[in-house]
Design a protein around this ligand. Structure first.
Ligand code: SF4
Ligand code: SF4
Length: 223
């Protein structure tokens, strides 16, 4: 879907629009994703629909069999997020506010295609060097938006999607660790009974791969 979706959502599309005082479909999609993240966490975009996440997973996980390295670099994405917010605010002030709508960035022309191409090559390289979904894990500002939405949903105890574990069933085979595209130490999460992790995109791979059904989806208010 990437050739179609590149004009619908990406951080590049959103930034390009804002820089030119235009609301693009990407802004609207991410507002919707943020609202949905209160209930669905990061699954709505990162887990189920983001083509850039899929691209990184294909390259890093399936082609190169390379999981994201557990560099203690996860926090960088919060810095990127703050930088992103500052740049967006500055751009809005500079152009005097958002003044129009160009849903599919038709005014973007070749400049936008070049920017999106650089973005695609960039995230592909990051995945090749640092493993599956390394961009999601270490750099993506939109993932932080969804993490905030997810935390907010839990704070106000809204009914939401999350993982549930049963450590009595776990044999510590570590298959869940092997297949987690975000490189999480899932078996440890199960043993410690702490399944809430801001890097979990609720993709369900660990659920599918666990032979003992020690991990399940749960939909409800978390304790
Ligand atoms: S795959 Fe299942 S049984 Fe194996 S370590 Fe993970 S939770 Fe435990
Ligand atoms: S912990 Fe499970 S649901 Fe979360 S990202 Fe890893 S494989 Fe996906």
């Amino acid at each position: 879907m990437l050739p179609i979706l590149f004009r619908v959502y990406s951080p590049i599309l959103m930034s390009w629009g804002i820089r030119n005082g235009l609301i693009t479909a990407s802004v609207l999609v991410f507002v919707a994703w943020f609202i949905l993240s209160l209930v669905m966490g990061r699954s709505v975009s990162c887990g189920y629909t983001c083509p850039y996440g899929a691209l990184q997973e294909l390259l890093g996980m399936h082609l190169l069999k390379k999981k994201p390295r557990s560099l203690k670099a996860d926090k960088i994405r919060y810095l990127v997020f703050v930088f992103f917010l500052i740049m967006v605010s500055y751009a809005i002030l500079k152009v005097g506010g958002l003044q129009g709508v160009d849903l599919f960035a038709s005014k973007g022309g070749p400049q936008l295609i070049i920017l999106v191409t650089i973005f695609i090559v960039g995230i592909s390289l990051i995945s090749v060097l640092f493993g599956s979904r390394a961009f999601c894990r270490y750099l993506c500002p939109q993932g932080v938006f969804l993490t905030i939405g997810s935390k907010l949903g839990k704070k106000i105890k809204i009914t939401s999607l999350h993982l549930k574990s049963d450590q009595d069933n776990c044999t510590e085979c570590k298959l869940c660790d092997k297949f987690c595209p975000m490189g999480l130490n899932v078996s440890q999460m199960v043993t410690k009974k702490i399944m809430d992790n801001s890097n979990c995109i609720l993709c369900g791979e660990c659920i599918k791969k666990c032979p003992k059904k020690a991990i399940t989806y749960s939909f409800g208010a978390e304790d």
